[in-house]
Design a protein around this ligand. Sequence first.
Ligand code: URA
Ligand code: CA
Length: 442
Amino acid sequence: MIRAVDVIRKKRDGVPLADDEIDYFLKGCCSGDIPDYQTAAFLMATYFRGMNEKEVFSLTDSMVRSGKVVDLSGIKGTKVDKHSTGGVADTTTLVVCPLVASCGAPIAKMSGRGLGHTGGTLDKLEAIPGMKVSLTLDEFVNIVNSVGISIISQTDDLVPADKKLYSLRDVTATVDSIPLIASSVMSKKIAGGSDVIVLDVKVGKGAFMKDLKDAMALAKMMVNIGETSGRRTVAVLTDMNQPLGRAIGNSLEVIEACEALKGRGPSELMEVCLALGSYMLILAGIAQSFDIASKMLQDALVSGRGMDKLKEMVKAQGGDINALEDYSLLPQAKIKYELKAQEDFYISELDAEKLGLCAMKLGAGRAKKEDKIDLAVGMVINKKVGDYVNSGESVVTIHGNDERLVEEVLPEIKSAVKTSKQKVAKGKLIHAVVQRGLTQFL
Ligand code: URA
Ligand code: CA
């Protein structure tokens, strides 16, 4: 007979767990047969001891089976999904998914909400008046079949084990564990039902993984879980030391995505979108090489087909497409405050995590899952690392609805911006790509 205490002891002592032990523990913790204090101990033991590839696959598989796997068999073609481990000024999904869909790869994506310093696609979509993100599975499948893309919220029965484990991880300081993140992300992607999964693994100050070595370990673990589950999976490791794009906040990021799809996107955001999108098209079997894929995406961008695809999706989900042209129809902040340079300098650092937290404090994000957010507020970063700034030019435009909150975050935003009199090199944006049996540093 398996006992919870023995499983915990084994993990504590660094002995690999068997499949039935992991499954027993996971089922017990979800049903309530295993009390939270034992699950908490199990999580902490896992945090310190880690898990090997076999264990983490087994954990992910048990998590997937804790709920319902989405049946996408009603959608023709190879379904493609994309996931980011969490970024700041990262509106990639709203740009790359319409582009990829307009090249013929069906996208049936379930997204999450923002938490802490990172944003979430669902919140951004809800900034569009009328937009519905809670659809039935039938509605979802029908929209993907007719439009080629739909993005909705995760259903309640998608990996209930992750909700249980995450809420305990959140209060036991065990969120930032590589096997626990890998199983959390991949269980949801696998249960989401797509055939192809492209992962954007963020590395740097604003990411869960602060250094390349840890990010690489996470990426390899996730690719292995995906491939072992029969899903073609690629991970791209991208920089999250500074915010990716320029807009942080929900309305502001919708505007940035629309501008990007109209060919006016910030270069870093576009580079990451093209890289992720290219792998999505390759794994979907639509493009034969990275160069071909990249050319297809460029064509979709220049011709406006990507933008048309976003509009079709928004319309199908009840949103007002006029707001994607006339941005004044999106929620607007009352206060716009320019943080101006007092002298000439180069930007040497923009702390992504700090800026994300400032946007959260302005109301754009949540400190706790239950918090209400203000879709209008946030900030626009006018100068990025390596840019030269003349005295008097605006570095950051703060969009706020509460004078007191704007005053409160102002010194923190200032402290997130480091400057230099010397020229500063732009850092690397795409660090590596991890595929089945192949790791490529760029
Ligand atoms: N995102 C997830 O979905 N799960 C984690 O554990 C971390 C990031
Ligand atoms: Ca000057």
